[in-house]
Design a protein around this ligand. Sequence first.
Ligand SMILES: Cc1cc2nc3c(=O)[nH]c(=O)nc-3n(C[C@H](O)[C@H](O)[C@H](O)COP(=O)(O)OP(=O)(O)OC[C@H]3O[C@@H](n4cnc5c(N)ncnc54)[C@H](O)[C@@H]3O)c2cc1C
Length: 387
Amino acid sequence: MEREIYDEDHEAFRDVVKEFLKRYATNDKREQWDRDGEIDRETMLAAGEAGIIGLSVPEEFGGAGMLQDYRFRSIVLEETIQSGNGSLAGAFGIQDDLAVPYLVHMGTPEQKQKWLPRMATGEILGALAMTEPGAGSDLRGIKTTAKKVDGGYIVNGAKTFISSGKTADVVVTFVKTGEGNRPDAFSLVLIEDGMEGFEHGKKLNKVGFHGWDTAELSFTDVFVPDENLIGGAEGKGFIQLMMNLPLERLSIGVAAAAAGEAAFKWTLDYTLSRDAFGQPVADFQNTRFSLADMATTVDVMWTYVDRAMMLYKDRKLSAEEAAKVKFWATEREWELLDLGVQLHGGYGYMLEYPIARAWTDARVHRIYGGTNEIMRDIVSRQLVGRK
Ligand SMILES: Cc1cc2nc3c(=O)[nH]c(=O)nc-3n(C[C@H](O)[C@H](O)[C@H](O)COP(=O)(O)OP(=O)(O)OC[C@H]3O[C@@H](n4cnc5c(N)ncnc54)[C@H](O)[C@@H]3O)c2cc1C
């Protein structure tokens, strides 16, 4: 089914992304990223130069001004994931969907001026640190504190599972600035690489996304100046997170749809080229029916996710609708990839095949950005009228 959200400008941009990937996301590069456990800085700078990251940065700060219009970012995710580079897509997503939006929506004029131009070019890479060893779903259980002192805050604590946490130059960090766990007890601060007492801990050894770093962070008496309090407002951190989480969840839904479509395309190609019992695997009725199911799921998925993108563009995507998209799309993605692996036989389990890598990458889509149980909780609370 043809998608209807793109026009010729989008398709011209798709060509730019494809050209970039042909040049910078070669097999050798991908193997290097997987070995190093991170995307090299030169690639991120080249992406900034090509306009592949920085899309959500306003034009006045050197970006494309596409924070609300997700279509260009969807094209980046579609092409990057379908080229077999899930890790690269992840690194792109962190910058434009998780780090930049806090500054665009909530940053003070000085914070925007200081950070956004260099985030558009990839000179400054960001991350978002909410999760701690003892608190993930229950974010109000965090223990990292920011105590007010003259001219700033002293931050103590630790974060874990932070995407791009090793490579980030600046981390939007969720901290406790008040007592108890009321929403106004939390704030967001920018913690910069090189601040005394801030350590990027070890890179975590993950099941998937091998070329994209996920790290622990620790803070020991880190002095963070007042000017790094996001929006200059103490006690607003919880609300600021709630405002941006629908975008994070939409972006995971888009990545899931892109990977689901890739699973279908890779499986179609593979089963047409692989023979068994004297005929292509694609000619067995079971395979053909599975391919029909996959093609239909991909159509329905994009129809739904595209609609969510357009609602977001019009500032109408509610937290509940974003939660639905996140859990539904990531579960369809998983089914598509798992079926795709099955139809590849043993080769589907080999990491040299993109379907195998995408399958390992996809597992975390049901966990991060809020687990799918938490997504169902958000949706169902609204249904039964509970806060
Ligand atoms: C690869 C990776 C990258 C990540 N990147 C980031 C990042 O960049 N920044 C960041 O801040 N975090 C990041 N995370 C953390 C991620 O968001 C959390 O792991 C996730 O929110 C779950 O928290 P948890 O691991 O503490 O699990 P827990 O909260 O301990 O959950 C354990 C289980 O209990 C269930 N559960 C919990 N509460 C409820 C409830 N109320 N109702 C029903 N079930 C419930 C959960 O669904 C889950 O199944 C990342 C995680 C991974 C694995």
